[in-house]
Design a protein around this ligand. Sequence first.
Ligand SMILES: Cc1cc2nc3c(=O)[nH]c(=O)nc-3n(C[C@H](O)[C@H](O)[C@H](O)COP(=O)(O)O)c2cc1C
Length: 232
Amino acid sequence: MLTQERRNLPQRPYAVPDYKISPSSASIATTNHSPSNMPRIALILGSTRTPSAGPVLAGMITSIFTPLLPADTSLTTIDLKEHPIPLYTSGAPPAGLKGDNPYPDAQTNAWSALIRSFDGFIFLTPQYNWGFPAPLKLALDALYHEWKAKPALVVSYGSHGGGKGNAQLRQVLTGLHMRLCDKFVELEFAKAHDLAGGEIEKETEEKWRAEEKRKELKQAWEVFVASFTAAA
Ligand SMILES: Cc1cc2nc3c(=O)[nH]c(=O)nc-3n(C[C@H](O)[C@H](O)[C@H](O)COP(=O)(O)O)c2cc1C
């Protein structure tokens, strides 16, 4: 995991580190020094593929959102590869389970504790065959109360922007009774994009610049943060 945080009123431009993360890297380093009462936002990567475009896009998005973080909040990237959830084969539906360690296996209990520790979520997901990836569905279905009533923003990507996976995910998050951000973002790769690779080529960067995707992301972030405040 990688955490960025915003302390009270640093009016100078926020120092944004270089987020170009190697797409072959399975894990992202963590600097986790948030006090427990600090509102915490997690960006969850929907892809568990290697190489994946997800970590590079997470770096891009984090570098846009970090300077906009309200005071005393943090933004952490979660890679599902670091939190493998076993296939759902037994146990009561998570909606009927509450408290510490209510699940039959250690991995899901650890996942529960991690998700409980966050107050809002950005889902950054590709589209796979008109839906969102199965590991993300498993990670969502493994829990229930841990997600409920927390703000959620969906950003999708793909050769057509991942709109169908985006819509499917928003439906699932609504079913989990999350506070879904009205605005969502679709990032469509340029035609020349190598779908097998994890890099974002110049053509795609230029396309997104022309489409003002940075502005769109900032607008979505503002709505997300407003719903986050309303939830507090
Ligand atoms: C199993 C699979 C299914 C895919 N299905 C779609 C699709 O339905 N629509 C689309 O635009 N791209 C599709 N793609 C292309 C992905 O959007 C593209 O490979 C993207 O980079 C995948 O994200 P990732 O690199 O983070 O895993 C698919 C890719 C994979 C691996």
